[in-house]
Design a protein around this ligand. Structure first.
Ligand code: TXA
Ligand code: MG
Length: 326
């Protein structure tokens, strides 16, 4: 059973980084800040440490995890990169992009972190504290988002503690995550690259580098469980209603831009993702706003329309999963 020893909160200074690195190297779980969301980190080369991630999250099954490394060179040692993968890595690393590539023969990421697949998901995060920590660990760090399974992803150390206090050794506090939605996951296993999950690098930015719009492919980690059903994920306790142009009495309202739904005065709580209608600002505020509206106790969070352009694709992807049948 997970221990109930309180989780250490470490400041991202030299001492905190050294302690976080030592814990990871000893096979313990440490949540770390990245530019996208906080990750629940474990030594990716140690199957027992990786197994502890699933126990702490309460994840029902073993999904493949992203292995985080300090430099593109370290990533090249773990995977086999074709020309398109190299181009994407060169352009977007460090940054909010995950590349799924064939695992390198001499790679160190353990089977369990790859869920037994012969591919590996690699990312070089841009966050200064994450990079400093990864450098000190000197091994790939497997990290899913640092929330309990199925809940809203964490973009602050407080979010991490509210889900995982007592279940992990430490959280490295690096403040709020500037991007706010998870990395884009691109399959580079051969043929043309496919977008498995929209995220912090927009489809338009990927297309500009590839020379074509990457095909959309289902995310194997959250494959729909039945025809027409999206796997529930990123779910607050409250119900989530999308495309709301009218607010019913007592609902909480999540707004975007200048649009005001009818009946807004009946809302029990209101958050606006970006008054100016900027997708990047909205992404950075998304998970925090969902958590705050959820904490207001409203039975339903009614979400006004969010445009699909730029980071809007990733925002709408997360909102659709939050609204999916549970
Ligand atoms: O921004 C992020 O990506 C955050 C931070 C912590 O880096 N991490 C994150 O991890 O979102 P997680 O476990 O929630 O999502 C990993 C995604 C899943 O959609 C999973 O299916 C996919 O990556 N993935 C991992 N390995 C894969 C593989 N070998 N083949 C296909 N998809 C893979
Ligand atoms: Mg997640």
């Amino acid at each position: 059973a997970p221990s109930t020893i309180p989780t250490l909160r470490l400041v991202a200074d030299a001492d905190g980084l050294a302690r976080a690195a030592a814990l990871l190297r000893a096979g313990r779980l440490v949540a770390l800040p990245t530019e996208t969301v906080y990750g629940l980190g474990a030594d990716a080369t140690d199957p027992e440490a990786v197994a502890a991630i699933y126990a702490a999250k309460g994840r029902p099954r073993f999904n493949p995890l992203i292995a985080h490394v300090a430099t593109p060179e370290a990533a090249l040692a773990e995977g086999v990169f074709d020309e398109a993968a190299l181009r994407l890595a060169k352009t977007f690393w460090p940054g909010p992009l995950t590349l799924v590539v064939p695992a390198a023969p001499g790679g160190s990421v353990c089977d369990l972190a790859r869920a037994g697949l012969d591919s590996v998901a690699l990312r070089v995060p841009a966050h200064a504290a994450a990079r400093a920590l990864l450098e000190r660990v000197g091994r790939p760090v497997a990290a899913p988002s640092a929330n309990r399974s199925g809940r809203v992803s964490p973009t602050s150390a407080e979010h991490v503690l509210s889900d995982l206090d007592g279940r992990i050794a430490a959280v490295l506090d690096g403040g709020e995550c500037p991007v706010g939605v998870e990395s884009s996951v691109v399959d580079c296993l051969g043929g043309s690259p496919r977008l498995l999950r929209p995220g912090g690098v927009t489809r338009q930015a990927l297309a500009a580098v590839l020379g074509f719009d990457p095909e959309t492919a289902g995310d194997p980690g959250s494959r729909p469980v039945g025809p027409g059903l999206l796997a529930s994920h990123y779910a607050p306790r409250a119900g989530v209603r999308l495309g709301a142009v009218r607010i019913e009495p007592g609902e909480a309202a999540l707004l975007f831009g200048a649009f005001r739904p009818a009946g807004l005065e009946q809302a029990s709580a209101v958050e606006c993702l970006s008054e100016r209608g900027y997708p990047a600002e909205a992404a950075a505020r998304l998970f925090g706003a969902l958590r705050r509206l959820d904490a207001s106790g409203a039975p339903v969070i009614a979400v006004a329309p969010v445009p699909e352009d730029g980071l809007g694709e990733a925002i709408n992807d997360r909102l659709r999963r939050a609204a999916a049948p549970r």
